[in-house]
Design a protein around this ligand. Structure first.
Ligand SMILES: O=c1ccn([C@@H]2O[C@H](COP(=O)(O)OP(=O)(O)O[C@H]3O[C@H](CO)[C@@H](O)[C@H](O)[C@H]3O)[C@@H](O)[C@H]2O)c(=O)[nH]1
Length: 476
């Protein structure tokens, strides 16, 4: 534990336990930073595996957040996509014992555990140890509601179901959820193996043993769903999002990184490259941080984007993608940039970026909404398909790359090239309308995090609640 820090005297010690994956660790850390900045007497111990500590241990964080570590009891992050079920199973069954051991040795009593909902054992553990648990759901509230109301799918004859024949049937009975086609519910409902589905349902079921349910979404994005969940749970349900690192972006100007070093040697060279591009002209392409699409489809995407003639910033991760960009990372001519990884929120917030090709991970979705950037959606699995539906049909800030949701059909380079060109043409009425909607949503995301806004208020109430309960607990 990196405890050589100035620690608050009147310690309200919160332990944060993220699910070990980038799309879960990032929003948990964003939430912790918000909590830590709100109350200096809060001390947060952010517990990760040794491997994850190696990945994130040097990232900047406030003094009242410190890392705690458990051994590498789960398969390595590098290659976890090869056996997703095995990974989920190991996280569910192997992390409790080392965490308990860790907790037995922390120096301050713990007033609350904030844990990812996918850590199935935590609510029961909290009850046994008499520690309140806040369950953090890092996907959309709508996806939570679909899992939570799984019995309604069964009752309406929509589970199990043959998608090819019935994918276009409408699901209009999940409380608060706008009507959605069956093919747009999370992909694990359609998979032949039901192991992951059972695990996910178990995780959502365990939430009833928690004391709070926190969403990384913004209330105004999914108000009806959140209202109905609010009415169904006996404890507080708070949307505190977007749980993304917006304060870091607000606090640093994009090109402040380096103005004197040569472009490629600067850590944020791609931001400087963006500075030299016309407003709204660049398509940012990221195919996701975890699961990838087939090599053949990647070939088509890269060729299609290149042939479109549109300026782009491409995140090339994974062997196949890296091979396709033979010249390696860096600028390719004046109007193309390839990077191995980037500060995504800062990229999306840059005025030169006018579109985002996304796999629809929920953090990426929130980041694009916050930055007001229209999206081309290319979902791969789990919640990404319903996220794409929300982006395109409910919020109207994006277009689908595949016309057939969830189909395995290859999208050709010709189709992609045409689509990308049309999508990045800011003169069309469609694009103007989408930009307008994107700006409206951007505005209400910003209102939500401003003083008196929904997320800001929810955070305040949540923090005060856990602190006041800890005092009443200490005094009894
Ligand atoms: O070059 C990059 C690429 C990504 N990111 C960040 O990595 C995170 C990726 O998160 P997300 O967009 O949610 O994608 P995944 O990592 O694929 O997220 C997993 O977790 C999400 C939240 O539970 C789910 O919505 C997804 O389906 C699941 O795959 C985001 O914060 C990005 O800003 C970067 O900072 N730089």
């Amino acid at each position: 534990m990196d405890s050589a820090r100035t620690e608050p005297t009147n310690v309200c010690h919160v332990v944060a336990l993220p699910y070990p994956g980038r799309g879960h660790i990032n929003p948990m850390m964003s939430l912790c930073k918000l909590l830590a900045s709100r109350q200096p007497e809060i001390l947060i111990t952010f517990v990760v595996t040794e491997e994850w500590l190696g990945f994130i241990g040097s990232e900047p964080k406030p003094d009242n957040i410190r890392f705690g570590m458990i051994p590498n009891v789960i398969p390595s992050e590098l290659g976890r996509a090869k056996d997703f079920s095995g990974f989920l199973e190991a996280v569910s069954t192997k992390t409790e014992a080392p965490f308990e051991e860790f907790l037995d040795h922390v120096e301050y009593p713990v007033i609350a555990i904030v844990a990812d909902t996918y850590l199935v054992w935590v609510p029961g553990f909290g009850n046994r140890r008499n520690i309140p648990v806040a369950s953090l759901w890092t996907m959309s509230a709508s996806v939570f509601s679909i899992f939570y109301h799984f019995n309604l799918l069964e009752k309406n004859g929509h589970f199990p179901v043959e998608l090819v024949e019935r994918g276009h049937e409408i699901v209009d009975y999940i409380p608060g959820l706008p009507p959605t086609r069956l093919e747009n519910i999370p992909t694990i409902f359609h998979q032949t193996s039901k192991q992951n589905l059972h695990r996910a349902l178990e995780c959502v079921g365990e939430v009833s043993k928690a004391h709070y349910l926190l969403f990384t979404t913004v209330y105004e994005l999914e108000a009806q769903v959140i209202d109905t969940l609010h009415a169904e749970f006996p404890f507080p349900v708070y949307a505190i999002g977007p749980a993304i690192p917006y304060s870091q972006v607000l606090n640093q100007s994009a090109s402040a990184a380096s103005t004197t070093t040569s472009l490629i040697n600067s850590p944020n060279y791609y931001l400087q490259w963006l500075d030299s591009q016309p407003a709204d002209s660049v398509l940012y392409v990221s195919l996701g941080s975890f699961l990838s699409v087939s090599s053949t489809q990647i070939d088509e995407i890269v060729a299609g984007v290149r042939n479109s003639g549109v300026r782009f910033l491409f995140v090339a991760r994974g062997e196949h993608l890296t091979d396709l960009f033979k010249d390696g990372c860096g600028p390719c001519g004046d109007d193309q940039m390839v990077v191995p990884w980037c500060d995504q929120l800062r990229v999306l917030s840059h005025s030169s970026v006018g579109g985002f090709w996304t796999h629809c991970g929920f953090n990426s979705t929130l980041e694009a909404l916050y930055a007001g950037v229209p999206m081309l959606t290319f979902p791969i699995f789990w919640d990404q398909v319903p996220n794409s539906k929300q982006i395109v049909e409910d919020w109207k800030v994006g277009w689908r790359v595949k016309r057939e949701t969830g189909s395995d059909n290859l999208v050709s380079r010709e189709e992609i090239s045409k689509l990308v060109k049309r999508f990045m043409d800011s003169d069309t009425d469609d694009k103007k309308e989408m930009r307008k909607r994107a700006r409206e949503i951007q505005e209400f995301c910003q209102v939500a995090i401003s003083e008196g806004g929904s997320s800001e208020t929810n955070l305040e109430v949540f923090v005060n609640d856990i602190i006041s309960k800890s005092f009443s607990y200490k005094s009894t």
